[in-house]
Write a protein that binds this ligand. Structure first.
Ligand SMILES: C[S@@+](CC[C@H](N)C(=O)[O-])C[C@H]1O[C@@H](n2cnc3c(N)ncnc32)[C@H](O)[C@@H]1O
Length: 205
């Protein structure tokens, strides 16, 4: 990723409050019954850590990866405030080597900074880094989000459709794939009626 893109995210995060809130993403929080304490989790592009910290509070050993140092300082503070151990790594997902079969859970919540080429790399890496039997939890916006204008990139090719996710994760067991519209309130960054898509998928054991 370019220095400019990193600096843009650092600028967006340079504020007192948490741009996407301190509470976990609602879809992720609803997955609590599927999580097993003692496992490992990767929070992909975890930003200010709201999701990584929540996963750590569920008893998972979490690696929170993001390219914004400003966001990671805030993630560190949130983890300390909650007494939740969180491992942080500053990294560029365009180059990051996803270790094979390392994580029981991969959480990818609003990682739509990626256009088609980077998205293909990320999706392959996320699948590779899941252990057999591991769980992928992904939420993003659908193309209909552009009209709502309540968050996310205004670049249609970065957004997800049901057909796209079904094809990209055909080698996983699709546990749930749901496209719907809902009012969300996740900080100032994601606020209002939104066109969402959720995926829960399991890597074959
Ligand atoms: C919309 S935010 C979502 C943050 C977090 N997942 C959440 O839901 O609160 C997208 C995140 O992607 C990160 N990001 C953008 N490009 C990246 C890259 N190439 N490598 C790693 N992180 C990146 C940004 O720093 C930002 O934190």
């Amino acid at each position: 990723m370019s220095d400019k893109q990193t600096s843009d995210w650092n600028t967006r995060y340079a504020r007192e409050d948490y741009l996407f809130g301190e509470a976990p993403n609602a879809f992720l929080a609803a997955q609590a019954p599927r999580l097993k304490a003692g496992g490992t989790a990767l929070a992909v592009a975890d930003g200010e850590g709201r999701n990584g910290v929540w996963l750590a509070q569920q008893g998972l050993d979490v690696l929170s990866l993001d390219s914004s140092a400003v966001a990671q300082d805030k993630a560190r503070r949130l983890a300390q405030a909650r007494g939740a151990p969180l491992r942080l790594e500053l990294g560029d997902l365009a180059a990051w080597e996803f270790p094979p079969a390392r994580f029981d859970v991969v959480a990818a919540i609003f990682i739509q900074f990626a256009g088609p080429a980077l998205r293909a790399r990320l999706f392959e890496g996320m699948k590779r880094t899941l252990k057999p039997g591991g769980l992928l939890l992904l939420e993003g916006y659908r193309p209909e989000q552009i009209a709502y204008g309540t968050g996310g990139p205004r670049v249609v090719e970065n957004l997800y459709t049901e057909a796209m996710l079904r094809e990209a994760f055909a080698d996983l067991e699709i546990v749930e794939l749901k496209a719907y519209d809902a009012e969300i309130e996740e900080g100032a960054g994601h606020k209002g009626m939104s066109a969402l898509i959720d995926l829960v998928a399991r890597k074959p054991a």
